[in-house]
Design a protein around this ligand. Structure first.
Ligand code: ADP
Ligand code: ASP
Ligand code: MG
Length: 919
């Protein structure tokens, strides 16, 4: 017990020696003689601290155990020497955030900025060195959970400030500061020990401890500024700022009392430069408190109002207020001006560059706030002011939407039931119950049918809220007047802010369109009638994507698409080269920003966080490739955190890859492919895929599956969508077979033409893959299904050009060697055709009237368009009710890497335009 009493007596010294607040509320109180320096003031220990439990009553005398006043001498004022506080434009207020005073070098830098400001008078509000407030809260948590390591953690706090002071100060300044610091630390140690023993801490004790960071930073800064021979004093704002605690972890400033105390403080400390502590204040009973986390901005705003300052400059580590949190949206832009309301809405909804309560005090006196970057002084920052003083020219060009902000860790509560409509007092009963559990309602939405009321509360409060509602409405729920009190966890709020939204129609349409296109489901919506803000609630996992999607819709007119390329072989490789050559033009001229975030082959994949440098993709894939994993690949390309749209481009011919499309589309990933496997595979899977794609805003394009880059699918769709009816589609769909029959003119046997085609690279490595007709049958199936026919691949009779005995032959070489033995059959057929003025053509046919298809060798008269082909061209004839006499014909090269890649590329651009790219 003896040891413990000693500890507490140490803390009593601390209580009186750390520049304690005036007892201004009781000016007539008798001032006792005191051993402490004249700067010391009276201070009341936070009431709820259970000192009697700790056995210190005898130390302080029984009557004072719960409210100990240590009173020090206060300079007695006479009306003669009273200095009046000048107020108004001569004052400039600066606030320096934690990062601005994070190191000794930075503190010096801050001092330079203060000194170089040529304002007549300056009030500087300073935060604790960065991380220090977190360290202080950590001390409290450790001590109250009886974790001894608070002692070493306190040593780290001491060490940080001691080494900073050693860097910055010398002589008497250093000695005075260090003695004060050691003193404070030993008192804190005693206090933390008491908390450790009690295993409990009250809010006011905690506030008292955590505010030390500001006391130390302000004192250090004031010594340095004073070195520049400025008339400078430091202010412990607990002596001046008086605030009333509220029930919702906030405090309300008492402006009148604070003003009175400020007048008094100034009369005793008249000076042109004042370095004041941010964050800390006192209650009207002189109990130290804080303005709560990040509260130094609020301190600066209150000071600005008390001094009627010309301006409040908030120095931080970013160039100003961005259109969205720059850590989440790399393309966010700096907003040059914001109205007070806009700034308030942005900060309320999570833009933590400014404490939300900063606005009200300055708005009252029309004092502008400027947010500036201490690390980039040349940037003008963001000015928050009344809209009338906005820079007109700058503003007119700006979007009606200024910025976006998000709040995570919310839950929605939905109170629903038919018995709510027309019943006065339901909303009051709901929110009364919520208030009773002390929960903070962040947004409310009620449908005009009054059928349901939905609101968002912090996730950690939702359990208590739901229980309170269940119990408050037990009777209504039992009687069925209310159907449910439902909780939807894991939600986030996305707020869109802009004062000009009020006068601009269509903003919300654009907003919701952008969300729909990014495949984001909106769970609840709220728009106040001030129209400064539209708030939507989305799933937490969608929040960043939603933020990026809406931000890019309003701010980056360009459409940004994250791409994953699967299969960098001949076609995929050519596509990547085409993208490389065209990307800059697309970005410059069409605002389309295509970023290849990943390339995967069957063995190796290359992933990038920002976009692969396509001029080196082959080399990078070799050097930096990792083991291919399609799932990981998909997750990477889709999960990247700054691009709202994702497309996977499947350039393989693999049915395993094709079987992933359904899952990708379901996840909101667009799919583009020349791979025929999905669309010509089992009918039920195909139908499911198309149904899913039609229901969602996800796109699935596959133009290059038929006729490479030729506009075949799009032509067919155009006909169908405009109400034409397909009667028949007939065409030469294989570039290889087109080449072979165009050159099979009787001068050479069939096998020689095939060998020549193989030589020229027109065939697959094994020409049987072309001659079997399966590839053509897949194209026929794709077109048939596109025309609405429900056919399976096995429903299409296919005439194979591979002679029966050669179908099982082992190698392609053996096949080529033996093929000449069968030349005579085709030679005879060709001869017969020629004798009737006809040619042989290998075609695919979709007969929509009879709901069937076929792939076979047919004869066409020499003047038929199919007979006029050359090289490896494809030709497709659409016979429809509109194009009945003369079919609509599409003709051109239908094979080869360049045109196939070109077809895929145009699907990518089609996607960009569907997503909103300008045409
Ligand atoms: P300080 O310690 O200076 O008070 P804060 O960390 O409290 O600094 O606030 C600045 C930070 O706010 C920035 O570093 C930035 O990451 C974050 N921030 C969030 N939203 C925005 C926004 N819309 N504009 C600017 N900064 C933002
Ligand atoms: N230092 C306090 C905090 O970190 C106040 C502030 O910096 O605004 O919360
Ligand atoms: Mg801050």
């Amino acid at each position: 017990m003896a040891a413990f009493s000693a500890t507490i007596s140490e803390s009593s010294r601390f209580l009186s020696s750390t520049s304690l607040p005036h007892d201004a509320a009781a000016p007539k109180r008798k001032i006792s003689a005191s051993p402490f320096p004249s700067q010391c003031r009276s201070f009341s220990l936070p009431k709820p601290f259970p000192l009697s439990r700790l056995g210190v009553v005898s130390q302080w005398g029984r009557g004072k155990s719960l409210n100990i006043c240590v009173q020090a001498s206060v300079a007695v004022e006479t009306s003669m020497d009273k200095v009046h506080l000048p107020k108004g434009n001569m004052w400039a207020v600066h606030k320096f955030g934690g990062t601005c005073v994070g190191t000794s070098q930075r503190i010096k830098n801050v001092a330079d900025i203060i000194v170089s400001d040529d304002s007549e008078r300056k009030l500087v509000v300073v935060s604790a060195m960065s991380k220090v407030t977190d360290m202080m809260y950590d001390l409290i948590n450790k001590a109250q959970s009886r974790d001894d390591s608070y002692i070493s953690a306190l040593d780290a706090v001491l060490e940080k400030h001691q080494s900073t002071a050693l860097d910055l100060l010398d002589g008497d300044d250093l000695a005075t500061f260090l003695s004060q610091l050691h003193h404070d630390i030993s008192n804190l140690k005693a206090m933390l020990r008491a908390i450790y023993i009690a295993g409990h801490v009250t809010e006011s004790f905690s506030d008292f401890v955590v505010g030390h960071g500001e006391l130390w930073s302000a004192q250090m800064l004031s010594y340095i500024v004073r070195k520049n021979e400025l008339d400078c004093k430091w202010m412990d704002t607990r002596e001046v700022l008086i605030v009333n605690p509220t029930s919702s972890n906030q405090v309300d400033p008492d402006f009148l009392e604070s003003e009175r105390r400020l007048e008094k403080w100034f009369s005793q400390n008249p000076s042109k430069v004042i370095i004041a502590t941010g964050f800390i204040a006192s209650t009207p009973q002189n109990i130290p408190t804080t303005l709560k986390r990040d509260g130094s901005d609020f301190s600066a705003a209150i000071m600005g109002a008390l001094f009627r300052a010309r301006r409040v400059t908030i120095w931080t580590d970013v160039d100003g207020v961005y259109s969205a949190d720059p850590r989440k949206v790399s393309e966010a832009v700096i907003l040059r001006t914001l109205s007070y309301q806009e700034a308030w809405e942005m900060s309320y909804f999570g833009a933590n560059v400014l404490h939300p309560r900063t606005i009200i005090p300055v708005m009252r006196y029309d004092i502008p706030i400027v947010i500036r970057n201490i690390f980039n002084i040349s940037s003008p920052g963001t000015t928050i002011c009344h809209p009338a003083t906005e820079d007109e020219d700058g503003q007119r060009l700006e979007s009606p939407v200024k910025g976006f902000a998000t709040i995570d860790n919310l839950a929605l509560v939905n109170v629903e039931g038919t018995g709510m409509a027309g019943v006065p007092g339901t909303a009051s009963a709901i929110f009364g119950a919520v208030k009773d559990v002390g929960a903070n309602v962040i947004m409310i939405s009620q449908a005009s049918s009054e059928h349901s009321v939905c609101f968002a509360v912090p996730e950690k409060e939702v359990k208590a809220v739901a229980e309170a509602l269940q119990s408050r409405f037990r009777q209504a729920l039992d009687a069925g007047r209310l159907s449910q009190v439902a909780v939807i966890p894991n939600c986030s709020i996305l707020a869109t802010v802009g004062q000009k939204m009020a006068s601009t129609p269509g903003v919300s349409a654009t907003l919701f369109n952008a969300l729909a296109k990014a495949n984001i489901n909106v769970r609840a919506i709220a728009q106040g009638c001030s129209e400064y803000n539209i708030t939507v609630v989305v799933k937490r996992e969608d929040c960043i994507r939603a933020l990026r999607a809406v931000h890019s819709r309003f701010y980056l007119s360009r459409t940004t698409i994250a791409m994953g390329i699967i299969g960098p072989g001949l076609i995929g490789g050519t596509l990547l080269d085409q993208l490389r050559d065209q990307a800059a033009v697309l970005k410059e001229e069409f605002n389309i920003d295509l970023r290849v975030m990943g390339i995967t082959g069957s063995r190796t994949m290359l992933l990038s966080e920002v976009g692969i440098d396509l001029s080196r993709w082959r080399e990078l894939l070799k050097q930096k490739g990792q083991v291919a994993d399609l799932e990981k690949f998909t997750q990477h390309v889709h999960g990247n955190h700054f691009i709202p749209n994702t497309v996977l481009v499947d350039c393989t011919a693999d049915s395993n890859v094709a079987s992933c499309y359904h899952d990708w589309l379901r996840k909101g990933i667009h799919v583009i492919t020349p791979n025929k496997k999905a669309n010509s595979g089992p009918l039920d899977k195909y139908l499911k895929l198309r149904a899913l794609q039609r229901q969602s805003y996800t796109h699935y394009f596959y133009e290059a599956t038929v006729g490479a880059g030729l506009p075949i699918i799009s032509t067919l769709r155009g006909l169908l969508e405009t109400g034409d009816r397909i009667l028949r589609i007939e065409g030469i769909f294989s570039g290889t077979l087109s080449y072979i029959f165009n050159n099979f003119t009787g001068t050479r046997p069939f096998s020689e033409v095939v060998a020549e085609a193989k030589q020229a690279g027109y065939t697959e490595p094994d020409p049987r893959d072309d001659l079997s007709g399966t590839d053509v049958a897949r194209k026929v199936i794709i077109l048939a299904r596109e025309s609405g026919l429900k056919l399976e691949l096995s429903d299409i009779p296919v005439q194979s050009l591979v002679p029966e005995p050669l179908r099982a032959t082992a190698s392609a070489e053996d096949f080529m060697e033996q093929l000449p033995q069968f030349d005579k059959d085709l030679a005879r057929e060709r001869q017969e055709a020629e004798e009737s003025g006809e040619v042989l053509r290998y075609v695919g046919v979709v007969d929509a009237v009879n709901q069937e298809g076929v792939v076979e060798l047919r004869r066409y008269s020499k003047d038929h368009p199919f007979a006029q082909l050359s090289g490896s061209d494809n030709i497709i004839a659409f016979t429809t009710t509109r194009y009945k006499e003369q079919p609509l014909i599409v003709r051109g090269p239908g094979a080869g890497a360049q045109v196939t890649a070109g077809g895929i590329f145009s699907d990518i651009l089609r996607l960009a335009s569907y997503l909103g790219a300008p045409s």
